[in-house]
Design a protein around this ligand. Structure first.
Ligand SMILES: Nc1ncnc2c1ncn2[C@@H]1O[C@H](COP(=O)(O)OP(=O)(O)OP(=O)(O)O)[C@@H](O)[C@H]1O
Ligand SMILES: [Mg+2]
Length: 261
């Protein structure tokens, strides 16, 4: 579904994506794991066309996003749904209007059909009947589910999740994880999840990519990653403070960057 070829993205002297090559299989859940500053969000922005790599290609459904003009990119991005970190709901709109927003923005669909679609999506995330509530009246877990209903409202082929379970209790985390898997199975949606949460990652991932300061240090099925003999991978998935992965980034360029720029 998505294929990344040799992308490089630098910010000043920091290389956030260092010649990355990977792919995201259609209908599968791929989790991008990595510590803070490893380049997860940067990769996600390039996958969705929000940001262009300095070099390299990002094929989405066979088309290289990096070559598209604004209009074509806008069209391609309609096939993508995005659950933002913190849900990014509009505080001044009720739940119904939050979910209806992309339809009103991108389509000419009539009001009665919009109503049917919104009700269906709310049903899918288990929140039917909450149409008239405001975001401030929801719990964090419910907000994420509304964000998910909104991400699905245009029937995307791919959904991107940025830290979908951060800040949630274990039960809500489980609910979101199950939703991601269910959507994946029932609608055959390709799911790409950025996460710190190693435990829930193993529960939902078909495939896992681990980033380490701009490099992919491991890539494979959940099983392969769990059984990896790479010390960095072991340290990361076991959350050990001591090991080949330094607690803080210590390479000279990076320190120069943050200390002297
Ligand atoms: N817009 C930007 N301008 C300058 N530097 C950036 C920018 N975006 C990212 N970086 C740098 O690129 C590196 C990777 O950042 P990124 O946000 O992709 O990491 P991350 O893995 O998402 O981290 P976190 O888990 O903390 O969200 C970091 O060193 C960061 O400082
Ligand atoms: Mg990030």
């Amino acid at each position: 579904m998505i294929k990344v070829e040799n992308i490089v993205k630098r910010y000043g002297r920091v290389t956030a994506s260092n010649h990355l090559n990977c792919h995201f299989e259609r209908g599968k859940v791929t989790v991008i794991l990595g510590g803070s500053g490893s380049g997860k969000s940067t990769l996600l922005r390039q996958l969705t066309g929000l940001e262009k790599p300095d070099s390299g290609a990002v094929y989405f459904d066979g088309v290289d996003l990096t070559t598209l003009n604004k209009t074509k990119l806008y069209e391609a991005r309609k096939k993508m749904g995005m659950l933002f970190q913190g849900s990014a709901l509009f505080n001044y709109l009720n739940i119904f209007e939050n979910i209806a927003f992309p339809l009103r923005e991108h389509t000419q669909i009539a009001d009665n059909i919009i109503k049917t679609i919104v009700t269906m999506k709310l049903e899918m995330v288990g929140l039917r009947g909450t149409e008239d509530l405001m975001p401030s009246q929801l719990s964090g877990g419910m907000m994420k589910r509304v964000g998910l209903a909104r991400a699905m409202v245009m029937d995307p082929k791919v959904i991107f999740y940025d830290e979908p379970t951060s800040g949630l209790d274990p039960i809500s985390t489980g609910v979101i994880g199950k939703l991601i898997m269910d959507l994946n199975k029932t609608l055959n949606i390709t799911s790409i999840v950025v996460s710190h949460d190693i435990e829930s990652c193993f529960k939902i991932a078909d495939n896992i990519i681990i980033l380490f300061y701009g490099d992919i240090i491991a890539m494979g099925t959940s099983e392969e990653i769990r059984n990896s003999s790479d010390l960095r991978v072991k340290q990361f998935i076991n959350g050990e403070p001591e090991g080949p992965i330094p607690f803080q980034r210590t390479d000279k360029n990076y320190l120069d960057e943050i200390l002297f720029d």
